[in-house]
Design a protein around this ligand. Sequence first.
Ligand code: NAD
Length: 361
Amino acid sequence: MKKKIAVLPGDGIGPEVMAQAINVLDCIAQKFGHEFIYTHGLVGGAAYDEYKEHLPQDTIDICNNADAILFGSVGGPVNAHTEEKWNNCEAKSILALRKAFNFNINLRKTEIYPELTALSPLKPDLVKNGLNIVVFRELLGDIYFGEHYLGERNSLRFASDVAEYNEEQIKSIAHLAFKTALTRNKNLVSVDKANVLATSKLWRQVVAEVALQYPDVKYQDMLVDNCAMQIIKNPAQFDVILTSNLFGDILSDELSVLSGSLGMMPSASFSSSGFALYEPAGGSAPDIAGENIANPIAQILSAAMMLGYSFAMHEEAKCIEEAIKTTIINGYRTQDLALGVASEKIVGTKEFTQQVIEAMQ
Ligand code: NAD
């Protein structure tokens, strides 16, 4: 198969972990007889240096001509935000890109490998067998996109935010979440606040209708306050979580701390046409950029997600995921995963990826 990939490494550790993800993709191309055509584009501070803007038209054109976008991360040191180059860099690049392509669904995966449970802030017995949870979050509806008012009413300062959903928005994400559940443990929890909110009542109705088309998936509704608690008390019960924009924002951040390192969490954003962008959930980590110590797992797993979701190369995606597991089982760790035990081998970004590639071969 021949596929065109828009490669946008961005800033900080973006270029170094992206280079490793490309090495892994090259190995897949060779092993499975595919051809990947990479076109690199500048984004974030890197684009500002060249174009004096964070998301130039050249980069949008590259994305328009691709079958999928593989994104690194953008942004500078958090205390440099007054510099024009870094000011609102994230909003002007990745958020602008999400808007330009109408990405309405976000997927984030939290995985705890059984060998790395000691990194999790949860009690060891709660995660002893590892965890693997994906969250589907709707991105273009809900309280963030309704009318916002901040002013005065009846001589008192007053504010309101309107939450809105229509059935098409809910159907679109529900189908993708149920299809994903079919490829995993066939267990889906839809999260809402249907005891209070009208948008949640509609959410629950539409998800129940969609569920009828996926009889093999065990599905239940859960109130968001209960879900936030269950993630801490019994996270192993979750496989696929499906939820609206506001609840997804909060729950996916709660889940992101469970693995113990930001360097392991891949994510994807989809438009309703199926076009998608894949990126690590963490930031550009300027504090460790250029030192060959960044964890490449999130970027490599983002590439694996791209193979599975955008190119239907499921065996290839699995090959990458299994190779990462093998590398961890063999004791290789980047610095952020170090537990200080004698059996672990602390290696750099490139060396870790080399182990992954050897495991794939
Ligand atoms: P960050 O995620 O970049 O870093 C937080 C901590 O996690 C740091 O100590 C960092 O070293 C560590 N870390 C992150 N990824 C790692 C990896 N792969 N391997 C090892 N350690 C890793 O968050 P921050 O420091 O708050 O933000 C830095 C910059 O990133 C800011 O400019 C911010 O705006 C930007 N940012 C970008 C995105 C994006 O591109 N989508 C997302 C979040 C933050």
